[in-house]
Design a protein around this ligand. Structure first.
Ligand SMILES: C[S@@+](CC[C@H](N)C(=O)[O-])C[C@H]1O[C@@H](n2cnc3c(N)ncnc32)[C@H](O)[C@@H]1O
Length: 212
């Protein structure tokens, strides 16, 4: 299902600043070479991630789901000189692509890329996070949320991507496993009084969550 009128999407792109040259290169490379290119955040959401990070000026960011490195580099733009972004990716090939772009970006010394299953890596991390971006396998969203929330600073933020899952969560009874998982995640957050949240209808749905 096309969630947003395609004319409105094109209009939003026209009136959103262009991405920097490297982010454009990553987007173009991914669209041309990756069979799951639709997973990339893309122009408007990428700019939104960049601007949210610039607003929040986080010192520690955790990203779950690196893919080709696009959103990590958007989020890293808000890091100060002592800031660090840790990003987790299961697939070594995508991690290799991302690592090349991180090096090229000049922000490589502030980005730590860990390859493996986020469910196993997250419990080994000892940082306290200002911002967590959940964008990996949908069936584990509640697990990622519960694993990371205790390590998010009071007043800190989480973002969760694809919470509308191509509109499938709008169905009375979602049937796909990802849509079921995201519907459960959205309910879970709504019923959690440790946080406040806003569900933004950007791209595939982006949940903005603040720990109270
Ligand atoms: C939607 S893509 C991420 C897109 C990226 N954040 C962006 O906006 O450009 C999801 C990524 O999560 C990775 N992934 C899936 N399951 C994972 C897991 N259990 N641990 C770590 N990464 C995982 C996938 O390999 C994929 O690259």
């Amino acid at each position: 299902m096309d969630l947003v009128n395609s004319k409105a999407e094109d209009y939003a792109k026209q009136y959103t600043c262009a991405l920097d040259g490297l982010l454009q290169e990553i987007e173009e490379y991914t669209l041309a070479h990756h069979r799951h290119a639709q997973m990339l955040s893309g122009h408007v959401q990428g700019k939104l991630l960049e601007m949210l990070s610039l607003m929040l000026q986080p010192k520690r960011i955790l990203e779950i789901g690196t893919f080709t490195g696009f959103s990590a580099l958007c989020l890293a733009k808000g890091l100060g000189s002592d800031g660090k972004l840790v990003t987790l990716e299961l697939r070594a090939e995508d991690a290799g692509t991302a690592a090349g772009y991180f090096k090229k970006s000049g922000l490589g010394n502030r980005i730590e890329l860990l390859i493996g299953d986020a469910m196993e890596i997250i419990p080994t991390l000892t940082e306290t996070w200002d911002l967590v971006f959940i964008d990996a396998d949908k069936v584990n969203y509640i697990n990622y949320y519960e694993l990371t929330l205790p390590s998010v600073k009071k007043g800190g933020w989480l973002l969760a991507d694809n919470v509308l899952f191509h509109g499938e969560v709008l169905e009375e009874k979602p049937s796909g496993k990802n849509a079921i998982a995201l519907q459960a995640f959205n309910e879970h957050v709504r019923n959690d009084d440790r946080v406040q949240q806003a569900l933004l209808t950007v791209r595939d749905g982006l949940m903005l969550i603040q720990k109270k």
